[in-house]
Write a protein that binds this ligand. Structure first.
Ligand code: G3H
Length: 214
């Protein structure tokens, strides 16, 4: 299972969380990675943890003030990027452009979507993976894998129908090892999570719990 920890803009210490993700990754068969704020990418990547960007824009080098260039996040040490997160929604053409920009920079891609229908559309753009996240469950601590298992199974079928090379992750409310096992049982190849680790009193202990049954 792939466990991708998104730090969003939570007030956590990104390097300390990154070190915890790196250390726990070494103790498990699961693959762990962390997605900090763009401004923290370099410091996080220097810890040796697998580092992801939270977003890249559909732009090239040039006059694009305030945009996030895929090549810049790759230079900072990111190896992958989220695209179209529920909190950073893009138009369809821009999702396509961001996937192309990430590919150009050699970044792995996870395109997020709300439901199986959108997952099918996202898979058609040829990312490495898609992530289904019902927005109403994000940050609630109520895991999608238990609260809405149909949406996870539906996403797996929808992606498979379009391109079975596209992996499916699920996210929203995932915070325990049991939640990750449920996601695995529903056919997801990974989980995207944030508050369960970034807002935990002890992020390292939260991560150890997450991977314990894997
Ligand atoms: O990127 C992560 C997802 O939006 C899930 O967030 P959450 O684990 O806080 O529900």
């Amino acid at each position: 299972m792939f466990v991708l920890v998104n730090l969003k803009t939570y007030p956590c210490e990104p390097v300390a969380v990154a070190e915890a993700v790196r250390d726990v990754d070494e103790s498990t068969d699961a693959r762990l990675a962390v997605a900090p704020q763009a401004a923290h990418l370099e410091r996080v990547a220097e810890t040796g943890v697998e580092t992801w960007a939270q977003h890249v824009d559909p732009v090239e080098h040039g006059s694009n003030t305030g945009h996030t260039l895929a090549e810049s996040v790759a230079d900072a040490g990111a190896v992958g990027t989220l695209i179209n997160h529920s909190e950073q929604r893009l138009k369809l053409a821009d999702i396509d452009g961001s996937v192309r920009a990430a590919e150009r920079a050699g970044l792995e891609t996870v395109v997020c979507a709300n439901n199986p229908e959108q997952i099918g559309a996202a898979a058609a753009l040829g990312p490495d993976a898609v992530a289904v996240e019902p927005p109403e469950l994000i940050g609630t601590g109520t895991p999608v894998s238990q609260a809405d298992p149909d949406i996870v199974e539906g996403a797996v079928s929808a992606a498979e129908a379009v391109d079975d090379d596209v992996s499916v992750l699920c996210g929203a409310g995932i915070s325990t090892g049991e939640d990750v096992v449920s996601a695995d049982d529903l056919g997801a190849e990974g989980v995207l999570l944030a508050s369960g680790v970034a807002k935990a009193d002890d992020p390292r202990a939260a991560l150890e719990d997450l991977v314990d049954p894997l």
